[in-house]
Ligand binder design. Structure first.
Ligand code: HEC
Length: 119
């Protein structure tokens, strides 16, 4: 009888520990996901945008500098408000001579937009 109670107690302890480990792992994977998104955004910016757009200046390169874009409130050429929708629109139907990024996959577009909003 006593052994059964002990065994049950250790099963419960093992169960609780498993739940704790899983919860921890789940939180870690949540954190990794948002880190992945921002490193994906940075990666895309570096490879597809940085050649024309300085990120740490408001002065233009071939295209306008994008430093502090969100804080500036309006986009440098179109004067549209800086928000997710208008940045996506710039990728899909760019104003001016910028090439279109319409064919970029949705996850990459949203990662780079996220990145632009934190510059
Ligand atoms: C070949 C150069 C080039 C590349 C590559 C490029 N852009 Fe541009 N971009 C421009 C130019 C030039 C303009 C300004 C349009 C004009 O004046 O004709 C512009 C404008 C913009 C604007 C301002 C739009 C507005 O409404 O004022 C944003 C935001 C932007 N680009 C983001 C990006 C992002 C994000 C990428 C990468 C995915 C990118 N650009 C890639 C050249 C480029």
């Amino acid at each position: 009888m006593r052994t059964t109670a002990l065994r049950n107690a250790s099963l419960i302890t093992a169960g609780l520990m498993a739940i704790m480990v899983l919860t921890f792992a789940w939180h870690r994977s949540e954190a990794d996901t948002s880190e992945d998104i921002s490193s994906l955004g940075a990666e895309i910016f570096n490879s597809r945008c940085a050649g024309c757009h300085p990120r740490d200046s408001v002065q233009g390169g071939f295209g306008p500098g994008l430093k502090n874009l969100a804080a500036r409130g309006t986009l440098p050429v179109s004067d549209r408000p800086v928000n997710e929708a208008n940045l996506l629109r710039q990728l899909n139907e760019p104003v001016g001579v910028m090439p279109s990024f319409k064919d970029m996959d949705a996850k990459s577009k949203s990662a780079v937009v996220d990145y632009l909003l934190k510059l």
